[in-house]
Design a protein around this ligand. Structure first.
Ligand code: FCB
Length: 415
């Protein structure tokens, strides 16, 4: 291998994995507790990360990562609006953070990842403006409790996906369809909450290391399969406008840009439309048909590594903020495919850094195979497999774990 094939990343680059509470913890009381996924599965036990986090931190150490992005579940910490934090649940998260620190792993904490406490859902969730002060109160208390241990804060994970799948597509609770007004309200309320929460984090969250705060924006490219199809182009433009432009403007447009110190980017790939149909496995398009069309997909969306470079250039031009890749990953049982996908996306990321974008970290989605929302346990994103048929939920590293581990340990990727 010649030196041309070696892409070295900046010093102090964060290499991590990512999870979310509903998808891995188990024993959660939120809107997902009674939700039955397409495969018949539910999140009641999930990976039992709630009890097994020490073991999972052990796996992270074996991988050699230096960062971990995970969520703190609001429903565990407050039982009513403005209530004091539940001290037992807080102690568990504190212990998790202490164990991460002992392992030399930097935490990035996500405050909202597709779930709310039952008392928030009972009053309309994020369609109700009263959710904003309740969330801000929670954040203030949590930041005061954890500021010695956390400096990287991610307020909202993919507000676009949440509002779209819950209020337009009906896939997430409360499973509403085509409620465009509610979609817009959810985004507007979350954006206001982000600005207020960020102010608290920046002002009150400093315990020796300057806090960093941002949202995680999912960026999907929407294109027409046939460029000359006016209908598919219109559909693609409508999606781009609603999920990318409108959402980015709501959170980062104008004076609001100052609320964030970084942008979290969740990047997976693209969706192309053909006769109004989204040509991706996640929308039910048959994999064989997608292959005939020449699409390269994981079990969710089309792969589009050059998009990583395009979106990073765009964000850099528009906002001039540091970026963390807060999620990238592929769901597939084909490990060679996943390895190729990872290397191609990291090569694109590296080109963006060379071109001047300040990218500070990369978090692989996900540490574990887990509860993938409406799809249940069928989408295999993990670096570690979890045996869900076995009571012990045994974890075992997949071939990609070794590949990722070498990248993290050496801070470079061979392409
Ligand atoms: C992202 C979500 C994450 C997971 C991955 C596959 O949209 O943030 O929870 O579902 O996709």
């Amino acid at each position: 291998m010649t030196s041309e094939n070696v892409l070295r990343f900046p010093e102090n680059f964060l290499w991590g994995t990512a999870t979310s509470p509903t998808q891995v913890e188990g024993h959660i009381e939120n809107e997902w507790t009674n939700f039955i996924a397409q495969d018949g599965g539910n999140c009641r036990i999930a990976c039992d990360h709630y009890h097994r986090y020490a073991e999972d931190i052990g796996w992270m150490s074996k991988l050699g990562v230096n960062a971990y992005r995970f969520g703190i579940e609001w429903s565990r910490l407050q039982s009513a609006p403005f209530a004091p934090l539940n001290q037992n649940e807080l102690a568990r998260y504190v212990d998790l953070l202490d164990q991460l620190r002992a392992a030399g792993i930097t935490p990035m904490v996500v405050l909202h990842h597709f779930s709310n406490p039952p008392w928030i859902n009972a009053t309309g969730g994020w369609t109700n403006a009263a959710t904003i002060p309740a969330f801000v109160d929670y954040v203030r208390k949590l930041v005061a409790a954890l500021k010695e241990r956390v400096y990287l804060w991610n307020t909202f994970n993919e507000p676009d996906t949440y509002a779209c799948v819950a209020y337009l597509l009906g896939g997430f609770p409360p499973q509403r369809k085509w409620k465009l007004g509610q979609f817009r309200k959810v985004i507007a309320h979350m954006a206001r909450a982000h600005v207020k929460a960020s102010r608290i984090i920046r002002r009150e969250g400093d315990a020796g290391r300057k806090p960093e705060v941002g949202i995680a924006k999912n960026w999907t490219f929407f294109h027409a399969y046939k460029n000359f199809s006016p209908w598919d182009r219109t559909t693609a433009f409508g999606c781009h406008y609603t999920f990318n432009k409108f959402v980015l403007d709501a959170f980062l447009g104008g004076w609001r840009r100052k609320a964030s110190t970084f942008i979290g980017l969740n990047y997976y790939g693209r969706v192309r439309f053909h006769h109004f149909r989204a040509m991706i496995p996640a929308s039910g398009a048959p994999v064989k048909r997608l292959k005939d069309f020449g699409f390269i997909c994981d079990d969710m969306v089309e792969r589009y590594p050059e998009g990583m470079e395009k979106i990073l250039a765009y964000l850099h031009r528009k906002f001039q903020l540091p970026v963390y890749i807060t999620e990238h990953g592929a769901a597939s049982n084909d490990e060679q495919f996943r390895e190729r996908d990872l290397r191609e996306n990291l090569a694109a990321l590296h080109r963006s850094i060379q071109a001047g974008t300040d990218v500070r970290g990369f978090f692989y989605w996900s540490l574990l195979d887990n509860f993938e929302w409406q799809f249940g346990y069928t989408k295999k994103f993990g670096l570690l497999a979890v045996d869900f048929t076995d009571e012990k939920l045994t974890r075992s590293p997949k071939p990609l774990a070794e590949v990722f581990s070498a990248i993290c340990r050496n801070n470079l990727v061979h392409v």
